[in-house]
Design a protein around this ligand. Structure first.
Ligand code: NAP
Ligand code: GLV
Length: 324
């Protein structure tokens, strides 16, 4: 019997490829850049499994060209790039990589909160560009983090890990979530509040919900208007959970003090995007889980999910259980 074809169009750790080769013929392209669409579709045509990053959209038109496909294994926890309905209809399993990237992403989320609060990127540029001619008392004045109020929207794995970091900074922790998290309340002293109250009271509003039909532009004109004038918005979820145009206006009109962004409505972000011109906005290139250790673990988890599916087992991180 011929071995299943496993398509890996982008670079992953070598151990992952060795692992996959024990179970199938691996069609591997050891390159970082996204594959051109036509080439991708050629690879997909004979593939039983695909390992991909979240920048790869999997929708009906792609699936139509993948007659042998049994599993799409996302190397990411977020899966808004996958059309689960279409995959289920065609009997294709979808998996993701939750958990192992939680702490790494929480580190990054908290670090951009700190960077925006204490103007770290702006001050670094000020020194490196030779603007620092004299020290004076109001130089790069920022905003305290310790003891301030953080409002976490989406108290899931990463939200809770951010709350743990906030507790270490003696912050007052508010959260809003679809369901109540009594564990986090007991362990971290977090207080469940309405979205409106969270926005009105928080010094730092941190968005960590997945991107779904419900959370699309979750933070828009109305929500931004409820925030304090000296508050900072942090988004490490997906760009589209925040209405970017509304955010730009709120910042331009100084209705909020700043923002820290790892994600954007369109990625890579347009170099002309006004957010990139604002000194009070920290802008990172979607690197929440980007450490060597975590990226390696994510790819291996994705590989194990794919192999489980190919072997007729239920993958640990199956997203569309209805497919069974
Ligand atoms: P998670 O454990 O599933 O947490 C998501 C939380 O959001 C859950 O508590 C969920 O509530 C809540 N939620 C979902 N829809 C909601 C709604 N409409 N209203 C209020 N709360 C809602 O996921 P995670 O592992 O923490 O990851 C969260 C997201 O972070 C991912 O989906 C991904 O988009 C993003 N992410 C970004 C990076 C990056 O590089 N920047 C890295 C990793 C992840 P329930 O508990 O009630 O379901
Ligand atoms: C990264 O953005 C992820 O969802 O894992």
């Amino acid at each position: 019997m011929s071995k299943p074809r496993i398509f890996v169009p982008n670079r992953v750790n070598e151990e992952v490829i060795h692992y996959l080769q024990q179970y199938g013929d691996v069609d591997y392209r050891d390159q970082e850049e996204k594959m051109a669409e036509e080439e991708f579709l050629v690879g997909l045509r004979n593939a039983s499994a695909l390992l991909c990053y979240s920048r790869q959209k999997i929708n009906a038109s792609i699936l139509e060209q993948a007659p042998l496909l049994k599993v799409v294994s996302n190397i990411a926890v977020g899966y808004d790039n996958l059309d689960l309905g279409e995959m289920t209809k065609r009997g294709v399993l979808a998996t993701n990589t939750p958990g192992i990237l939680t702490e790494t992403t929480a580190d990054l989320t908290f670090s951009i909160l700190m960077a925006a609060a204490r103007r770290v990127a702006e001050a670094d540029y000020y020194v490196k560009s030779g603007q620092w001619k004299e020290w004076f008392p109001s130089l790069m004045l920022g905003k305290d983090v310790f003891g301030a109020t953080i409002g976490i929207i989406g108290m899931g794995r990463i939200g809770e890990a951010v709350a743990r970091r906030a507790k270490g900074f003696d912050m007052n922790i508010l959260y809003y979530n679809r369901s109540r998290k009594t564990d986090a309340e007991a362990k971290l002293g977090a207080t469940f509040v309405s979205l409106e109250e969270l926005l009105q009271r928080s010094d730092y509003v941190v968005v960590l919900t997945p991107l779904t039909a419900e959370t699309q532009k979750f933070i828009g004109v109305k929500e931004l208007a409820l925030m304090k004038k000296d508050a900072i918005l942090v988004n490490a979820s997906r760009g589209a959970t925040v209405d970017e145009t509304a955010l730009i206006h709120a910042l331009q009109e100084k209705r909020i003090a700043g923002a820290a962004l790892d994600v954007y409505e369109k990625e890579p972000v347009d170099p002309e995007n006004p957010l990139l011109k604002m000194a009070n906005v920290v802008t990172l290139p979607h690197i929440g889980s980007a450490t060597r250790e975590t990226r390696a673990k994510m790819a291996m988890k994705a590989a194990r999910n794919a192999i489980a599916a190919l072997q007729g087992e239920i993958p640990e991180n199956l997203l569309n259980k209805e497919v069974l």
